[in-house]
Design a protein around this ligand. Structure first.
Ligand code: GLN
Length: 481
């Protein structure tokens, strides 16, 4: 049973050729057979089958099936699901169970989705390799000695290994797009505010967005249509109307489309293999009638510098709530309240999270605020202006998703600054809040996946996914492992 497109599964379910229970037990078996890959932090064996039977009964009663009827979905372990463990792959949330559903979860439930489990990630979504997880790394589906990308590495590996049809991730600076690129699947980060963040554990609130990993753009668009839209429980969620994404995608024409290719996205030290595959992909767009326009945008290195000041500042404040008193882990032997706080945080957080809390606290401290935080905000503003201006000239901006192919497990763990550079091309869209997607476009000479990263103007997810769909079809990569 292999469905790489929800539409095919749906028609078999609605025609009763297959039952939801058959489908879900097959997916659960596959998940169990990949247990050693550490992709899931929790698997909902019973709950998923129970839900499958409920949905089946719904069909029996001739009730209208929801748009995600029977779709097997995995959820990153930082998105709240009522009654399920919520660990953020951190020891500090050990044993904690969420008491409510995130808005995105609620909306998927209402459309008859089935959740198969929760996926591994970098602790609190901080990382680019999934190695900062309290339960250990996930191997890349194409080479087990390499990383799947991060922080949504589990979600990307789950889709690539066909352990679910779609997975939700979260993207603060590239955490859905970069693992999407590393695992040969579509990774979509919508416009900031497009999807409610209610129930997404906060890392850097002015950047965080729920994102979607899928084998193809149609499935990503379908899920986006369900979970996007204003939510009273998230004041930063947008009132912008949710369009019919499928229809918008169908209307996209490549003829005369202006694809901006920033010189900043093709630096001299870009991996030659990656550059070759990306340029070949762009050439296919050109062959189909698009015009490649060279554009100037600020160097992405500045985006990385500003990003790591702003997100660590926000994280230091957001993560203050994990104090040993309110959630999960509490250090057992602390004689007084202060040492209970200190010990719980010292023992509960991993090295990268601590590094960021310290850095964030430092950049916000009196005397340094103007030098770092304020400066970084000014850089953010310059990026916003430059990107807005760019979209007066082009329809979409394209470049590589990552400057290098998936790297070896352990290779960058001793060098955080080098690890941060993995996001050099994904961070700018997060700084400006624009939507972006990584599309699988081929493999390098070692057989490792390469993605093209498309950025579009605010709320133009439909158009962007329409272009991405064409690109994926031209490059004809087989998304399954
Ligand atoms: N890798 C980036 C970081 O470590 C992005 C993380 C994310 O998008 N959640 O901050």
């Amino acid at each position: 049973m292999q469905f790489r497109r929800y539409e095919d599964l749906r028609s078999k379910l609605l025609s009763r050729e297959l039952t939801c229970e058959q489908v879900i037990s097959e997916y659960l078996q596959r998940i169990d057979s990949k247990k050693d890959d550490n992709i899931f932090t929790a698997v909902f064996h019973e709950a998923a089958l129970q839900r499958a039977r409920e949905l089946e009964a719904k069909l029996e009663r001739a009730e209208t099936p929801g748009v995600l009827f029977g779709m097997p979905i995995a959820i990153k372990d930082n998105i709240a699901m009522k009654g399920a463990p919520l660990s953020c792959a951190s020891k500090i949330l050990d044993g904690y169970e969420s008491v409510y559903d995130a808005t995105a979860i609620e909306r998927m439930v209402a459309e008859d989705a089935i959740f198969v489990g929760r996926t591994n990630m970098d602790e609190f979504a901080m990382g680019s390799s999934n190695e900062n997880s309290a339960i250990g790394p996930v191997p890349n589906p194409y080479d087990k000695t390499r990383v799947p990308g991060g922080s949504s590495g589990g979600s990307a590996a789950a889709v690539a290994n066909d352990l679910c049809m779609v997975a939700l991730g979260s993207d603060t600076g590239g955490s859905v797009r970069q693992p999407g690129g590393f695992c040969n699947v579509v990774g979509l980060k919508p416009t900031y505010g497009r999807i409610s963040r209610y129930g997404l554990v906060a890392f850097a609130s002015s950047f965080d967005q729920i994102g979607i990993l899928a084998a193809n753009c149609d499935d990503a668009a379908l899920v986006l249509g369900v979970i996007a839209g204003q939510d009273d429980r998230d004041a930063t969620s947008s009132h912008h109307e949710v369009p019919d994404y499928e229809a918008t995608m169908d209307h996209v024409s490549l003829e005369g489309l202006r694809v901006g290719v920033p010189t900043a996205f093709f630096p001299e030290n870009l991996n030659a293999n990656v550059a070759g595959v990306v340029k070949a992909g762009l050439k296919k767009l050109e062959d189909a009638g698009a015009e490649l326009v060279e554009i100037e945008l600020p160097e992405s290195d500045y985006a990385i510098a500003a990003y790591y000041i702003l997100v660590t500042a926000e994280a230091s404040s957001n993560l203050a709530r994990f104090d040993g008193a309110r959630y999960g882990y509490r250090s057992p032997d602390s004689p007084d309240l202060t040492s209970m706080y200190v010990n719980s945080r010292t023992e509960g957080f991993g090295a990268e999270v601590k590094r960021r809390i310290m850095l964030g606290t430092y950049v916000l401290s009196a005397g340094y605020y103007d030098t770092y935080y304020k400066k970084a905000q000014q850089v953010r503003r310059v990026f916003q202006e430059k990107y807005r201006e760019a979209f007066e000239k082009v329809d979409v901006i394209a470049g590589p998703t990552s400057p290098f192919p998936p790297f070896g497990i352990g290779d960058k763990m001793d060098n955080p600054l080098e690890m941060y550079l993995a996001d050099v091309f994904t961070v700018p869209a997060s700084i400006v809040g624009m939507p972006a997607v990584s599309v699988p476009v081929g493999f390098d000479s070692l057989g490792l996946p390469v993605g093209i990263h498309l950025i579009s103007n605010f709320f133009e997810e439909g158009k962007m996914l329409g272009i991405a769909r064409n690109l994926q079809a031209f490059c004809q990569t087989a998304p399954s492992k």
